[in-house]
Design a protein around this ligand. Structure first.
Ligand code: 16G
Length: 249
């Protein structure tokens, strides 16, 4: 059954049974629970839900807002409301220096990317320090939303010395593939992982509620010469990743 029929055929929402928005919230929540609204599917617009249930848009908005607060629905700027996807967690080893594309290919997943920034610019003080840049040296910046099987998993904001990546537009899929072609693939890296709550823009890109748990990962990677090749600040979905490290005596 589709959601339009489900809402149209349900008994009328009346004020005698408690606040109308709560009744609608329950009804939408049941539709999610029973699979009428599948994970990741789009909700009809507020106007459509209003027409199907004979409720005002204000009431519909309140019901949707309540579901956003409980994390059942996520709103994406400009594209509407969607049923939250309960992510299958991925186990990621911390002992190998691999790329996102390789990690996903190993799992049989198809990667895709949404470019957020590709530019050559003057470095920030952070970038100068992390990359050990000389006076007047530029950086190449690459910010990407990384997806696996169309599910957004991470936002990666990479900075590289411009002689290592002279043209960030060259990266259409894998950064490490491009570095490999230039004989500049890093062979060692140091990562720092910390817990965060996702803010508006990042939450919306990752398709999770504002404030959801995330992991901030900073990676500095080194060439055989010891030079820093990459400084990447990534934000990973907290509900999608388990980082696993092997410890030995
Ligand atoms: C990983 C790295 C990131 C690197 C990227 C290259 C972490 C936390 N980050 O996602 O630093 O830039 O791989 O992947 O592991 P790519 O070659 O697919 O672009």
């Amino acid at each position: 059954m589709n959601i339009a029929k489900y809402l149209r055929d349900a008994p009328a929402i009346e004020s005698g049974n408690g606040p109308r928005y709560m009744q609608l919230r329950e009804r939408l929540s049941d539709a999610i629970g029973s699979g009428v609204l599948a994970p990741g599917s789009a909700l009809p617009s507020e106007r459509e839900i209003g027409n199907l249930t004979d409720l005002s848009r204000v009431t519909v908005r309140k019901a949707i807002q309540a579901l956003v607060e409980t994390g059942d629905i996520v709103q994406r700027q400009g594209s509407g409301s969607f049923v939250t996807e309960r992510a299958e967690r991925l186990q990621q080893s911390l002992s190998h220096l691999t790329s996102f594309s390789e990690d996903m290919a190993r799992r049989g997943m198809t990667t895709s990317v949404r470019m957020l920034e590709q530019s050559v610019c003057l470095p920030s003080p952070d970038e100068i320090a992390a990359l050990g840049l000389a006076d007047g040296e530029s950086v190449s910046r690459l910010a990407r939303l990384r997806m696996a099987d169309d599910r957004p998993l991470a936002i990666e904001r990479a900075s590289l010395p411009v002689d290592i990546l002279p043209n960030p537009v060259e990266v259409t899929a894998s950064l490490y593939d491009v570095l490999e072609r230039h004989n500049c693939r890093p062979i060692r890296a140091i990562q720092k992982i910390s817990a965060i709550n996702l803010e508006d823009d990042d939450a919306s890109l990752l398709g999770v509620p504002i404030g959801a748990a995330g992991l901030r990962i900073e990676r500095r990677s080194f060439l055989t010469s010891g030079r820093v090749a990459e400084f990447t600040k990534s934000i990973y979905r907290g509900d999608a990743y388990d980082f696993v490290a092997e410890l030995r005596l």
